[in-house]
Design a protein around this ligand. Structure first.
Ligand SMILES: *[C@@H]1O[C@H](CO)[C@@H](O)[C@H](O)[C@H]1NC(C)=O
Length: 433
């Protein structure tokens, strides 16, 4: 009896799946032409998706990949970037590069860390700042309107300074410490500015200041999504925004780069796009009805396209640290090992925290009871004697190993040949960094 049903169930399942697929594809194709998907869209991206393993387009596949990533089983896709730009020119070894640090801030926020931490660089005249106060129209530098978060300021700086840009233009947020800053540089923005290699920026033209892929790489936004993903509320808006911002460019199947909109761009690369285009983009920000939160998030995954003409920008993390900041571990494996240690360290730290919390509870209970002894029914877990000491010893040992490895990595990173090696580029004697 049951067996007879099986074919029907299978058939019903298959047709549901088929209808679902068709519906999805149809709703995608039915996006209005004014969205700008155009004729060029389908075939171009389809071929790309087939030839580049990192660029699957389906959201389901992406979720699977993210799952693998979380389990550590993920291999980096071969496609890190499809930028058509050629390698930028560096100056002769030992030359200085001018740098400008571009920062948006609120009137009530402080950016004193720049003077306090980078005073020597400011004094040398090699570092300058462009701090835009977004909600103070009397400030020497302010955007035309406080809208679109950092996007308005970054674009305003480019427009205001287009004719006198620094060699290296560094775009960062106002706060010194942030979770999304680089962990190996103590999540300290000042260390990122201090150690940033202007040569890497000159060569690549565009460098995302965050080396870590998560979140944002290897796949992030799928502009074809037609339903809202609450983790990425900008995803299903991006096709519309794209059509308005880049009406002539086919919409990519995926947009990806490390998160959080902090990056450095060479003068040459900024100048590769006419000033008028930056003005048009700023006009879009001025006019859009999207909330600041959303328009900011849309641009977070457009900057790499604006400056590299590639929708995906996911350079190797160890190469980013080595060539970008001079922290060279010798190989991606040794680089991973440092983060394994850090994971271990965090585990001990967490265990110790729990132990200490238990100890405090026990002590309080002791003090409450008149006899100074524990009443049997207290629902307390007695912390294991000596565990705290053991954990602290472990932490000291692992912490020291991490510090030593980091010191060695900085040492290794002083060798320009090593930087070239880990970044996978040719190095010639006298090539400088
Ligand atoms: C680079 O800048 C420093 C600090 O201003 C200066 O002392 C040095 O002479 C400069 N080097 C070159 C090659 O211009």
């Amino acid at each position: 009896m049951l067996r007879r049903f099986v074919p029907f169930v299978v058939l019903a399942g298959l047709s549901t799946f088929f209808l679902f697929t068709v519906f999805q594809r149809e709703s995608w194709r039915r996006l209005p032409q004014s969205v700008g998907l155009g004729e060029a869209y389908g075939p171009v991206e389809d071929t790309k998706a087939k030839t580049s393993p990192g660029l699957e387009t389906s959201g389901r596949l992406q979720d699977e990949r993210l799952g693998q990533l979380a389990k550590g089983a993920f291999r980096e896709p071969k496609v890190e970037s499809n930028s058509p730009y050629s390698v930028g020119l560096t100056k002769p070894a030992g030359s200085n590069y001018t740098k400008c640090l571009v920062v948006p801030r609120l009137r009530e926020e402080s950016t004193n860390w720049i003077e306090e931490e980078l005073g020597d660089m400011l004094e040398s005249g090699l570092l300058s700042t462009a701090v835009y106060v977004v909600n103070d129209r009397s400030a020497p530098l302010h955007p035309p309107k406080n809208k679109g978060h950092e996007v308005m300021v970054y674009l305003s700086y480019i427009i205001d300074s287009y004719e006198q840009l620094a060699d290296t233009n560094i775009f960062m947020h106002a706060h010194r410490f942030a979770w999304h800053n680089n962990e190996l540089l103590s999540t300290d923005a000042s260390l990122m500015v201090r150690n940033l290699s202007p040569e890497r920026v000159a060569r690549d033209g565009y460098m995302n200041l965050r080396c870590h892929w998560d979140p944002g790489c290897p796949l992030w936004l799928h502009p074809g999504a037609v339903t809202e993903n609450f983790l990425k509320p900008e995803e299903w808006l991006i096709a519309d925004s794209w059509a308005e911002l880049f009406p002539l460019d086919p919409i990519p199947s995926v947009l990806a780069q490390p998160c959080c909109a902090q990056f450095a761009v060479s003068r040459e690369r900024i100048l590769a796009t006419p000033k008028k285009r930056y003005m048009e983009m700023r006009d879009w920000i001025l006019r859009t009805e999207l909330s600041d939160y959303l328009s900011g998030r849309v641009f977070e995954y457009l900057w790499q396209y604006i400056f590299t003409a590639s929708s995906v920008h996911c350079p190797s993390m160890s190469a980013c640290y080595c060539d970008g900041y001079g922290l060279c571990f010798g190989s991606p494996q040794s680089f991973d090992y440092w983060f394994k240690l850090r994971h271990e360290y965090n585990g001990y730290e967490e265990e110790l925290r729990i132990w200490q919390a238990q100890a405090v509870l026990i002590e309080t209970a002791r003090q409450r009871s008149s006899t100074g002894k524990l009443v049997g029914e207290e629902p307390l877990e007695v912390p294991e004697a000596g565990l705290n000491k053991w954990l602290m010893e472990k932490m000291a040992r692992v912490g020291k190993e991490m510090e030593d490895l980091k010191r060695n990595a900085f040492e290794l990173g002083r060798d320009p040949k090593q930087r070239a090696l880990e970044a996978g580029r040719e190095w010639g004697e006298g090539g400088g960094l």
